[in-house]
Ligand binder design. Structure first.
Ligand code: 13P
Ligand code: SF4
Length: 320
């Protein structure tokens, strides 16, 4: 315990010395989220992380999350040094959407507007007309649908299916998925709800559609936290990464939160409601990144940056 407290103190000093700020996602370890808040950084969803990093005056951003979040920050603020606790922290959606194949898919459908989720590489973002996060995807697709656009959507098929159900938009889907949200089990969730009939079900839209259909509220991490605060229920069953419980519990100490079930009896799951890549962010890794950023710094190709910036700014302006 003492050792952890010492590491935190050293990180606090290093953040000041290096003119750096810690930007953390809601799925990171509660200790990291608390440290980000304590040191004037932020804990946020992926859209707010991008905004925060862009407007903060620090020269260095320490992005505790997964690689696409660091890349987004670098695209938005190339003049800043963007460092991650580890560059190995990736995302199954990013991995499942290689630029060559995705670009070929886009080329086959030139009459479609390409809308991609932020959980992608800079190259995929550069190929897109629009970028969205879970916070603004619905509104952006609605807007494009109203203009009569046909949409090529990637990479998360579950989020795409949810948006298509809500908007009725004409959408062609890339078949990616998040390994964490893919694990939630419908039957087990119905059984859990029967045990807690007064609990509201909160679902991140990266979950399969049959899980989304059981939800009382669907939204990005920050929208789910808001729902937990605003809904009158005292109990919540939450279908997203368990890292989110730290903030929910902090804001609603009198309420009770349960993890949505990830596996039926006797079954196994790969990720069990916690993203293995988010879990790579540790205090020690943050300290090391501040001491020596070699091999942990994000660089993006300047040509790709130009393309990605255009579609990222479109999203930021739309959702301002
Ligand atoms: P949010 O934009 O809701 O924070 O989601 C990012 C993410 O990777 C969820 O798995
Ligand atoms: Fe990617 Fe899923 Fe992890 Fe989010 S939780 S970073 S979508 S693998």
């Amino acid at each position: 315990q003492d050792e952890r407290a010492q590491v935190k103190e050293r990180i606090k000093r290093l953040l000041i010395e290096k003119n750096a700020v810690l930007v953390a996602h809601y799925y990171t370890d509660p200790e990291i989220q608390a440290l980000a808040e304590e040191t004037g950084g932020c804990v946020a969803d992926s859209l707010e992380m991008a905004r925060f990093g862009k407007q903060h005056p620090a020269e260095t951003l320490i992005v505790a999350g997964v690689k696409f979040m660091g890349e987004t920050s670098k695209v938005l603020t190339p003049e800043k040094t963007v460092v991650m606790p580890t560059l190995e922290a990736t995302c199954s959606l990013d991995l499942g959407c290689p630029i060559k194949e995705f670009s070929a898919f886009c080329d086959e459908h030139p009459d479609h507007t390409v809308v991609v989720y932020a959980n992608t590489s800079t190259a995929v973002k550069a190929r897109a007309d629009w970028i969205v996060t879970s916070s603004c995807a619905l509104e952006i697709v609605e807007h494009l649908d109203e203009q009569g656009k046909k949409i090529l959507w990637g990479p998360d098929r579950h989020l795409g299916n949810y948006i298509q159900r809500e908007t009725g938009a004409d959408m062609l889907m890339w078949q990616g998925a998040c390994i964490v949200h893919d694990e939630f089990k419908t039957k087990a969730l119905i059984d859990m709800k029967a045990l807690h009939p007064d609990a509201a079900i909160l679902v991140h839209p990266e979950s399969p559609l049959d899980i989304v259909e059981l939800a009382d509220a669907v939204g990005s991490t920050s929208q789910l936290i808001k729902a937990a605060q605003e809904m009158p229920n005292q109990k919540f069953i939450v279908a997203t990464d368990r890292g989110i419980f730290y903030k929910m519990q902090q804001l609603c100490p009198e309420k009770e939160f349960f993890e949505a079930p990830t596996a039926g009896e006797g079954a196994t799951c790969k990720s069990c409601a916690h993203c293995p890549w988010m879990a790579m962010n540790g205090l020690k890794e943050i300290e090391n990144a501040l001491l020596d950023p070699t091999g942990k710094e994000i660089f993006v190709d300047m040509e790709l940056r130009k393309g990605a910036l255009k579609s990222l700014n479109r999203m930021l302006d739309f959702s301002a």
